[in-house]
Design a protein around this ligand. Structure first.
Ligand SMILES: [Zn+2]
Length: 102
């Protein structure tokens, strides 16, 4: 959100110089982008060790370093991992777990 509490840079009234409509305009823009409020891109059960392990495998420091490193797939890779093995159309053996330790 490009709103620092006083000025909203896309304000159609002042163009970001700051006015009484800034907050209103920022709220309207927010409503357009997030009509139902922001949604989580992923949820994990904290009482489920397997789920927590899955979270670490995607969002752990090493995993993120790899994902956003030179060889990584970035956000596309994250989305792919979050989709998981269940809804993959070209799923091969789902029982084989792949581990990247290199
Ligand atoms: Zn304004």
């Amino acid at each position: 959100m490009r709103f620092d509490g006083h000025r909203y840079v896309d304000c159609r009234w002042c163009g970001g110089r700051g006015c009484l409509q800034c907050e209103n305009e920022a709220n309207k823009a927010y409503q357009r982008v997030f009509p139902d409020g922001p949604k989580p891109i992923a949820t994990f059960k904290t009482d489920d060790p397997a789920d927590m392990e899955r979270m670490r495998s995607i969002f752990g420091a090493d995993a993120l370093k790899k994902t956003f490193g030179p060889e990584g797939g970035g956000m596309a890779e994250i989305h792919e991992k979050l989709r998981g093995p269940t809804s993959e159309p070209t799923s091969q053996a789902t029982s084989s777990k792949e581990h990247y330790n290199g």
